[in-house]
Every structure is written in structure tokens, then in C-alpha cells.
Design a binder for this molecule. Sequence first.
Ligand SMILES: [Zn+2]
Length: 167
Amino acid sequence: MSRRIVIADPLKFAADGARLSGVVPVAELSRLAGVVVDTVGAVSYELVGESGLGRSPALRFSASVVLQLCCQRCLEALEWPLARESVLQLVRPGTPIPDEELENDEADVIEAVPDMDVLALVEDELLLAVPLAPRHESCDPPRPLGGADKESPFAALAKLRKDSRAH
Ligand SMILES: [Zn+2]
């Protein structure tokens, strides 16, 4: 259950241009599992080390998954394909992160801690991409409890208007 996948030395991983990829079931990622209505499916992820000419060491991150989110309008399950790509710039642990880096949307800065927890990173990155209020493209809100009436509220309103006009 609690598999642990680590990058022993992230700076070396970047320098070597190493590559790590895998698949992890949504059910094994507890924080991600907490935002779905069903934990079916699995995350495919890949990390590629980068440290080209004049570039600071970085990890190029990509992951994709189809999540079962809860539609905020009809409250039914909603299949949500999620993909995220990002560049994670590595700094030595304890290095203060310059303000301009924090404002740079193109790259996130993370500490190159030894034995970096890959699945925690995958989860952190995907949680950033989960929408706050996902909705089907077209669906109806649930009927109020006890409302056996098949009429929509709009039809009822129109009828009310017509009746009041008749008087
Ligand atoms: Zn819906």
C-alpha cells in the first residue's frame, strides 16, 4: 500500500539527465483520493532531469489521470481528464528562494532534498490542477427533496405568471 519511490539525489538526477516514470493508482494517493467520488484509475507520471548549458538543474514533470470528480451542479460523478506539466527548478536545501523566482510562473522552485518523495511530488502537482468547482458541460441541478413534481421551476414560474395575468 504505502509504496515509496524516491530520487536519492535530485541534483545528480538532473545532472545525469535521468528519467523516471511510473503508474500509481489514485487509491494509493490519499490526498488525491480525498477529492474524488471514486478512486478508480491511475496516474501516469514522468520526471526528466535537466541541466543543460547555462541552465540551473531542474526536473521536468508531467502527469496525467482521469479523475472521478463530483459535479458541483448535479452532484453526480464527472469524468475529468487531468494533465499537468511543469518545470521544477532545484535549489540546494536551505537556499533562500529569490523573490523573482517565486513570481515566475514558468518554473516552480523546490528544494533538492535527498530521497525526494516522488509520489508526494506527483500528488502536490496534480492537486494544483484539480478544478475547484467542476461541472458537466450540460446538466441539471438535483430536484429538491420531496419534489415529485416533474415540472421544472421555470415552467412553474411561467405558469404562475400566466395565471396572475388572467386575473
Ligand atoms: Zn453535472
